[in-house]
Design a binder for this molecule. Structure first.
Ligand code: NAD
Length: 470
């Protein structure tokens, strides 16, 4: 069995105890990851703190290192993708796309300007604003896109001159540990420390006195705990949390045209995408036509183990998620939703659940009101588009949304009324790019990732003024 090590102060770090990592396609443990000790957490934080001043002074070195990091990830795409598929479940080609996207993000930031402004430079004096690094960043990642969501933190934080201690989810530590191993080759010791452990390790990172910022992606419940802990010593936080993203099809939208992209956006990564379509509002009089088209598309998805050829959808990533999704579907059915396709686990080992379309769903059902994070699309009929917008907004979440119509101006009008961080027309989540801000309103989070806005969150502004030169 391959031994996976943490990266602390540029060195491999094993641990006396380990925890098992499960392949969701079989439900069996296939590898062990180190369980970081409190002493190792301190060592990682101290290493990051020691490395930061020199790293913060070397802007050229930082840009070069980020480009080299992109090259290294690309050169090891096969191995990284295999690990992602083995621990997370997604099809291998999508795991490869995750690695490719990570390299794109690293290169994008390697070339991005750091915020700097001379506000005044005249016979009255000079005033300059400089964006300084914060220091050490504690980064905590989820299991649905373990590598790229960590890179969304690594690239801007390191470009800004911070150093980092990164912890992947205990469900998916391996690809991230391997990435840490690879990046030892291009980053000075201590700049990126990667540690693994169970949830309490995340809590200890948030409470640790060294980091000045916590960059967290995960559930809203955990995000609230992180924010409360960070308040203790006023650490900054960026929280990328859950979503319950609505898609609204307008009365003039045709199922033949839009059912396929909606199904793609709802079921990719088995629906375990923070910005997946999670509830679909359709005009009541066209409900049946929509359900039929969606069910046909969903039923045609090829479901299987991620490393098998031609598979479009893998298992759910872990048992807890599998059980939650099963319970949500059973609950919706008991409250009157109709299963148009799917509605049950697949009769095989692992955490496979059939792509499911629920007809006649309604606000008030848990599968509509909460984030299901699984391959289940509830279809909710509406009377007027304004009713659909009101229902879309009557959620504690506000991450992304989409509106679908051949009349894009009309769709855009409705889009402007939606309370969330991003709305796409006739597509879903197409604004998730390295040059655009990504983040949620309300319980979907605080702050932004990506683009210059994501970079700014890893800096603090410092002002220098001086009198005019004689
Ligand atoms: P989670 O909150 O259970 O775990 C996320 C991370 O937090 C893990 O690394 C975990 O070990 C750690 N953690 C757990 N308890 C902690 C604590 N008390 N203090 C600090 N860290 C702790 O979330 P998850 O189940 O891994 O991820 C799924 C959730 O993430 C979904 O809600 C999804 O919508 C959300 N998500 C959001 C985005 C986004 O960008 N908005 C992206 C991906 C996933």
């Amino acid at each position: 069995m391959t031994e996976f090590t943490m990266t602390i102060a540029g060195e491999p770090a094993a641990s006396a105890s380990t925890f098992g990592v499960v392949d969701p396609a079989t439900g069996r443990t296939f590898a062990q990851a180190p369980d970081c000790t409190p002493g190792q957490l301190d060592a990682a934080m101290t290493a990051a703190s020691r490395a930061q001043p020199a790293w913060g002074r070397d802007e050229r070195g930082r840009r070069d290192a980020l480009r080299e990091a992109a090259d290294l990830l690309e050169a090891h795409t096969d191995r990284l993708a295999e690990l992602i598929t083995a621990e997370q479940g997604k099809p291998l080609d999508q795991a490869r796309d995750e690695v490719t996207a990570s390299a794109v993000w690293l290169r994008h930031y390697a070339g991005m300007e750091l915020p700097h402004e001379i506000v005044q430079d005249d016979d009255q004096g000079r005033a300059e604003i400089v964006a300084c690094p914060l220091g050490v960043v504690a980064a905590i990642a989820p299991w649905n896109f373990p590598v790229v969501l960590a890179v969304w933190k690594i690239a801007p934080a390191l470009l800004a001159g911070n150093t980092m201690v990164l912890k992947p989810s205990p469900y998916t530590p391996l690809a991230t540990l391997y990435m840490g191993e690879l990046l030892r080759n291009c980053l000075p010791a201590g700049v990126l420390n990667v540690i693994s452990g169970q949830d309490p390790l995340g809590a200890s990172m948030a409470a640790h006195p060294i980091p000045r910022k916590i960059s967290f992606t995960g559930s809203t419940a955990t995000g609230r705990r992180v924010a409360a802990t960070a308040a203790g010593d006023l650490k900054r936080v960026t929280l990328e949390l859950g979503g319950n993203d609505p898609a609204i099809v307008l009365p003039d939208a045709e199922p033949e045209e839009f059912a396929a992209p909606i199904v793609q956006s709802a079921f990719v990564n088995s629906g375990q995408v923070c910005f997946a379509v999670k509830r679909l509002y359709v005009p009541a009089r066209r409900h049946d036509a929509w359900v039929q088209a969606l069910a046909t598309e969903a039923a045609a998805l090829r479901v299987g183990a991620g490393h098998d050829d031609g598979v479009q959808m893998g298992p759910l990533s872990n048992r807890a998620q599998f059980e939650r999704v099963s319970a949500l579907v059973d609950d919706a059915r008991s409250r009157g939703a109709l299963v148009a396709t799917g509605g049950a686990a697949l009769p095989r080992e692992g955490y496979f659940y059939a792509p499911t379309v629920l007809a006649s769903a309604a606000d008030g059902m848990a599968v509509v009101d909460e984030e299901q994070f699984g391959p289940v699309l509830p279809v909710v009929p509406y009377g007027e588009p304004s009713d659909a917008a009101a229902a879309a907004n009557a959620s504690e979440y506000g991450l992304t949304a989409s509106v679908w119509s051949p009349d894009t101006d009309r769709a855009d009008d409705l889009a402007r009324s939606l309370e969330c961080g991003q709305v796409s027309i006739n597509a879903h989540g197409t604004g998730v790019r390295p040059d655009l801000p990504f983040g949620g309103f309300k319980a979907s989070g605080i702050g932004m990732e990506n683009g210059r806005w994501g970079l700014e969150e890893f800096t603090r502004l410092q002002v220098f003024t001086r009198p005019p030169k004689e």
